[in-house]
Design a protein around this ligand. Sequence first.
Ligand code: UGA
Length: 423
Amino acid sequence: MATIAVVGTGYVGLAAGACLAELGHRVSCSDVDGDKVRLLRAGKVDIIEPGLGELVRSGLANGRLRFLTTPTVTDADFVFLCVPTPMAADGGADLSAVTSVMRQIGDQLPPGCVVVNKSTVPVGTATMLSESLNGRVPVVSNPEFLREGSAVHDFLHPDRIVVGSDDLTAARRVAELYAALPAPVLVTSTASAELIKYAANSFLAVKLSYANAIAELCERLGADVADVVKGVGQDHRIGESFLRAGPGWGGSCLPKDTSALLRTASAAGQHFSLLEAAIATNVRQHSRVVAKIRGALGGELRGARICLLGLAFKAGTNDMRDSPALAVAATLAAEGAELTGYDPVVTADVPGLRVVDDPYEAVKDAGVIVLLTEWPEFRGLEWTAIRALAAGDVVVDARNHLDPTVVTAAGMRWWGIGCSRGV
Ligand code: UGA
């Protein structure tokens, strides 16, 4: 059993802390947000993550997990850095949280301790951190691949554990923390480990943009993207996951990580045109959704009433960061449309958009209804009631989530993505 200090209690830090405690380690998690720490001490988790609340409460009850407002590292065998690295103004990664934590704890790190970086950081950061510590303690890169909405499951059932270090003993010690998990461990240099994280997220983004570009081609050629990606994905070399066409990829990771990798490549003298095209295809996808909405309204957005169903960047989370719904809403609002939105978990106000707490309220008098997040409950909506409440009769289903036969049986028209209906 190791003593671990986790700095940062976002999705990654909190899931890592709670799961490491579950694996038997003694974990203290710290966060600068005092309100969050107070909630966590009371066993309350303010993000939607199945199983996380239970793990936090059991860790508090068995004494293996505690929450602090300042990192306590003097007795730590390992210090996990799990702080945000948002997109900086120049498109790269903003490392200020990482460097500020290191300034705060650097002098207190005990000999024999290992700094484990889980934050997504550009290649060279581990080396930079190690230099800032004058090599006193090893710095290991241990990227995290969990998804929001399935953080606990993904942490406890990883496809692989990547440990990057120039110090083999430190790498082995970090790998040992996960010994109970049946996953292959890949030991690499710190540079390779840091790049693996960006390369993985960017690959997912490229795959998604490829599917969205094929969806556009399906519309032009009269094919159906659902069938096309199924037939493509059944080739085991390609795989069926991450091929669902949609309104574009979003969230707190893929947009910032693709942008940061593009900058890293450029700084290294490489024009990464494939990745650049994937990003441009994503922006184009937002515009394609707007074009469908415009088409459903007969060409005029000004003064039109539009209902957006789903605001989160994907189902299963209340995270709105870089949600495609925000990009679509911003364009519609800028063109003078009146927007009403409903999301099962997002209730906060969105600029240019009135958020209501009932889907039937949201569709009232709407000239067009647009589905942007694949929440399961949208499949159970009463479309006959919606037909009576709405002013228009088109549903733009930007996730191909609804059953078109159900929607059309209620007298509405269903327009999907990547199929001949709604081109
Ligand atoms: C992503 C990666 O999947 C994780 O492996 C990684 O650890 C994480 O970023 C991170 O860097 O922390 P996440 O941001 O939670 O996870 O979201 P994803 O599930 O990857 O979805 C990203 C976007 O792609 C969403 O907007 C989603 O709706 C979209 N998507 C996903 C599709 O449009 N179609 C698909 O088939 C799959």
